[in-house]
Design a protein around this ligand. Structure first.
Ligand SMILES: [Zn+2]
Length: 387
C-alpha cells in the first residue's frame, strides 16, 4: 500500500504537518478494553494507533468514553471509570508519544514537544447517573466535553434518534449545562434532538460544539445539523466538527440503508453471531460486513471526498472559523479513501486545491477547537466563585 501522505502536494504536506491537527471524536477506547491491544504498534484493522497517528500528522485526539444508553445508573458510572482508567493507563504506558491534556495551552505544548495530545470526551449524559458530583469527578479525571445524549434519550435530555420525552432539556439538564460551564467542559450537542440543541445553546455561557456531526442539507439524517442550527451554533462562537461516517455524509447511502431494512437486520444478526456482546468486535465486524455489502452492490460506495463537501458546505454557510474535524474513527463505517487516520493529510490537500487559504485550513484542522477550548476555560474561570 502506498503511503497516503506521499500522494499529496509538498505544500499541503508542509502545511498539514506544521499545523495542530485535532480530531474531536474517536471511539478507540473500546479497543483499549480488549485484552492485549497495544496502541503503540501498527494494526491492519481499526483506524487509530500511534504509528498511523504519526503518519497522519494528528496532534490531538479526543478518546470517547462510551457505552450504550441502555446501560444506566451505578453500572454506567463503574464502566465509565474503567474507560477513564484505560485511557489514562494507555498514556502512562506510552509516555514517549502521548501526553494527557486538558487545556488548549497543554495541547500547544504537547505539539511543541513532538507528542500527541490525548483528551477525553464523555459520549452520553446517561453516564453521570443524574448526579452533578459524578460529572465533576469526570471533569477532574480529565473529561473536557460531554455529549448530552447518545442514541437514546437520557434522564434529562432528548436524543435525535429517540422519541421526544423531555421537550429538549429538563430543568436538571439545564443544571448540567451550567455545571459544565463551571467545570470548563465543552457542551457537545452531537446526538441530541434539535430542541435539546437550542436549549443547550440558550443556556450555555460559553461556545458549544458538535464533536462529530455533519450537514443535514447534504444528508437528511437527524444526527446531522440543519443549516439553521449551524448558523445558530456559529453565532455563539461554536464549531461543528464534521463526522466521516458514510451514513451521515451521503444521502444515497442513507436512502439505501433506510429502504433495505432487511439488509440491516441481516447484518445485525451476523454481527451478534460473530461477536456476542463484545462491542469492540461488533464495531470492526460491522465494518467488514458493510464493505462486503458495498462490494456486492447492495450499498453505494461513498468516497472520502464527501467529507470535503460537508466541510465546504459549512464554511460557505458560516465561514472557516466554525468548522473542524470529528472523524468517528473506530466507531463508524468510514468512506473509501479515509479508512484510517494516516489518510487525513488528504483533507488538507483537497482544501488547498479548492482554493482555501492556509490560515483558514489551519483553523479547520485544529485552531478553531483550540479557540473554543480557550473560551470555555475563560468562562469557567469567570464562574469560579459562582454557585
Ligand atoms: Zn457518536
Amino acid at each position: 500500500m502506498s503511503k497516503p501522505s506521499d500522494e499529496i502536494s509538498p505544500r499541503a504536506k508542509k502545511l498539514h504537518f506544521s499545523s495542530i491537527v485535532i480530531d474531536t471524536h474517536d471511539d478507540t477506547t473500546q479497543r483499549l478494553l480488549a485484552p492485549g491491544f497495544d496502541i503503540g504498534v501498527r494494526h491492519t484493522d481499526g483506524s487509530i494507533d500511534i504509528p498511523r497517528m504519526r503518519e497522519g500528522g494528528l496532534g490531538a485526539i479526543f478518546f470517547s468514553i462510551w457505552m450504550s444508553g441502555t446501560v444506566t445508573g451505578p453500572e454506567a458510572v463503574k464502566r465509565s471509570l474503567d474507560q477513564f482508567d484505560a485511557v489514562r493507563e494507555m498514556v502512562r504506558t506510552h509516555a514517549k508519544d502521548l501526553v494527557l491534556c486538558t487545556t488548549a495551552t497543554e495541547i500547544r505544548r504537547a505539539h511543541a514537544d513532538g507528542k500527541i495530545a490525548v483528551l477525553i470526551g464523555v459520549e452520553g449524559g446517561h453516564m453521570i447517573d443524574s448526579d452533578l458530583a459524578v460529572l465533576r469527578s469526570y471533569a477532574a479525571l480529565g473529561a473536557r466535553y460531554m455529549t448530552l445524549t447518545h442514541y437514546l434519550n437520557d434522564e434529562w435530555a432528548d436524543s435525535s434518534t429517540d422519541k421526544p420525552a423531555h421537550n429538549g432539556l429538563t430543568d436538571f439538564g439545564k443544571e448540567v449545562v451550567r455545571e459544565m460551564n463551571r467545570q470548563g467542559m465543552m457542551v457537545d450537542i452531537s446526538h441530541v434532538s434539535d430542541k435539546t440543541f437550542y436549549d443547550a445553546l440558550a443556556i450555555s455561557q460559553a461556545p458549544i460544539i458538535a464533536s462529530h456531526s455533519s450537514c443535514r442539507a447534504l444528508c437528511d439524517h437527524p444526527r446531522d445539523m440543519t443549516d439553521d442550527m449551524i448558523k445558530a451554533l456559529a453565532s455563539k462562537g461554536g464549531v461543528i466538527h464534521i463526522n466521516y461516517y458514510m451514513g451521515f455524509l451521503s444521502q444515497e447511502y442513507r436512502d439505501a440503508m433506510k429502504s433495505n431494512s432487511e439488509l440491516d437486520k441481516q447484518m445485525q444478526a451476523e454481527i451478534e453471531k460473530r461477536c456476542g456482546k463484545n462491542e469492540d468486535c461488533q464495531l470492526r465486524e460491522g465494518d467488514n460486513l458493510v464493505r462486503e455489502a458495498v462490494a456486492a452492490g447492495k450499498l453505494p460506495r461513498v468516497e472520502w471526498e464527501a467529507i470535503i463537501q460537508h466541510i465546504d458546505h459549512a464554511v460557505k454557510l458560516v465561514g472557516a472559523d466554525h468548522v473542524g474535524l470529528g472523524s468517528d474513527f473506530d466507531g463508524a463505517n468510514m468512506p473509501y479513501g479515509m479508512e484510517d487516520v494516516s489518510m487525513i493529510p488528504k483533507i488538507t490537500d483537497a482544501l488547498l486545491k479548492k482554493g482555501y487559504s492556509e490560515a483558514d485550513i489551519r483553523k479547520i484542522l485544529g485552531e478553531n477547537t483550540l479557540r473554543v477550548m480557550e473560551q470555555v476555560e475563560a468562562t469557567a474561570k469567570s464562574l469560579a466563585q459562582s454557585k
